[in-house]
Design a protein around this ligand. Structure first.
Ligand code: GDP
Length: 424
């Protein structure tokens, strides 16, 4: 059985925690898109970890972790990440890397930085991990696949071709040092030696695992609204964040994904630029930001303060629909316990008209939030394990949102730990 765990919003919904929790019952956990640009924060018996490339199942010794073909694979970052968890006492995880995954090269990271520099104040707020240049090259068909590392002749010819192309931009657009084929070759051969022990035909491996009835989790990065097709283009990421892409980025049949658990946060947070209709500011925002997540809403990779806002039912309903949600995991609800009243964005006013369907970016930029206010529950709900034991106003908040988004909330997360979960 294959289940996907994906985000309904802008990312940072708590997918890492839900994956880590569900990985207990899983045999295989697969990352199918994205790269080391975002991170998952996980708190378990070994401590607190920020993972960037490894799937959130690496902490169990019974699971196999797969880096699928859809991932932007940064080999040194992956190897360092494996070492850093092993150094902290986690048993060495079993990791397989798709032979069809492509690699983030050091020049991708540089191009990302140079482009942000060039754009100055008009930048996209990239994390400068090379993700956009990487995916651009992948689709321009000038990327390096892991499998190519083992064919030196092909590599040699390709490094020359790539230097020629990249150097035009480096010289004339960015005015930066040029690339040299020999240095690129050295970088690639270094990657080959690091990754060799993990390389696998992962889609064949998964095909067999599915036939054997294994439990497989697909772990998404970011959320629906960062999808390049369906999100807030161009303030999106460069690979699809949707469960449907799980089939492609892992290399499995689409009909095998039978459960789609969409993680949806009890309030809104976002990093980077882009329209954010229910955003709040100043003192109100500071308070939510410092109380939010676990230890505040600051990026797991960059440490950047996240933008925060009230729950956005318009964006979340759309986010859940685009994922093909079967179950909603409603997270970080405990954080809202300090509020007397909790506003929820239930519609967008655009040019004098109120809509509840999420619009494309040009219209979104004009949207003003229509808020409805619910009473708070004014207490700490951490530690509660049964739905009936939640305060009445808290249940009302959950049920109100469930009705607005139109998908069943089957899990409520009321703390960052593995056991902080209420099943309905
Ligand atoms: P991801 O990228 O979707 O995995 O999300 P992140 O890991 O970046 O952000 C989620 C943050 O919220 C992490 O610091 C988690 O430890 C924390 N978290 C997850 N679920 C809960 C919850 O139910 N309550 C609280 N207070 N924190 C949570």
């Amino acid at each position: 059985m294959v289940k996907a765990i994906v985000g309904a919003n802008w990312g940072d919904e708590g997918k890492g925690k839900i994956t880590d929790m569900m990985a207990k019952e899983a045999d295989i956990i697969v990352r199918f898109q994205g790269g080391a640009n975002a991170g998952h924060t996980i708190i378990n018996d070994y401590g607190k970890f920020a993972l960037h490339t490894l799937p959130s199942g690496v902490f169990y010794s019974h699971t196999t972790s797969i880096i699928g073909n859809g991932v932007a694979l940064n080999i040194p970052v992956l190897i360092e990440e494996i070492q850093s968890i092993v150094d902290r006492g986690v048993p060495k995880p079993k990791i397989l890397v798709s032979d069809r995954a492509q690699m983030v090269m050091s020049y991708h990271v540089l191009f990302d930085q140079y482009e942000e520099e060039r754009l100055g104040g008009k930048s996209f707020g990239s994390t400068k991990s090379g993700i956009a240049p990487f995916y651009s090259d992948k689709y321009a068909k000038i990327g390096f696949q892991v499998s190519e590392l083992f064919d030196e002749e092909t590599l040699k010819e390709k490094t020359e071709r790539i230097c020629e192309m990249k150097n035009v931009m480096l010289e004339h657009l960015y005015h930066k040092p040029l690339l040299h084929p020999q240095e690129l070759m050295k970088e690639l051969l270094g990657y080959r030696d690091m990754i060799a022990p993990y390389v696998c035909d992962t889609s064949a491996y998964l095909w067999n695992a599915i036939k054997e009835g294994k439990n497989i989790l697909l772990e998404g990065q970011l959320g629906s609204l960062k999808d390049p097709d369906h999100g807030i283009y161009p303030m999106v990421t460069s690979s699809s964040t949707l469960a449907a892409y799980g089939a492609i980025g892992a290399g499995i049949p689409p009909y095998e994904i039978s459960k789609i658990i969409t993680v949806c946060k009890a309030y809104s947070s976002a990093v980077g630029a882009g329209a954010f209709v229910s955003e709040i500011f100043d003192e109100e925002a500071n308070e939510l930001r410092t109380r939010g997540g676990d230890g505040g809403e600051f990026g797991a990779t960059t440490g950047r303060p996240r933008r925060v806002g009230w729950f956005d039912a318009v964006a979340s309903k759309y986010g859940c629909r685009m994922q093909g949600t079967t179950d909603v995991a409603f997270t970080v609800l405990d954080v809202l316990g300090y509020l007397d009243e909790i506003p929820v964005c239930v519609g967008y006013e655009i040019d004098g008209e109120v809509v509840t369907e999420f619009p494309p970016t040009v219209k979104l930029e004009k949207a003003k939030p229509v808020l409805e206010t619910l009473p708070g529950w004014k207490c700490d709900i951490r530690g509660i394990r049964r739905y009936e034991d939640l305060p009445e106003n808290c249940r009302k908040y959950i049920e109100f949102i469930e009705e607005k988004i139109g998908f069943p909330i089957t899990m409520v997360s009321n703390g960052p730990g593995r056991d902080d979960i209420i099943y309905r």
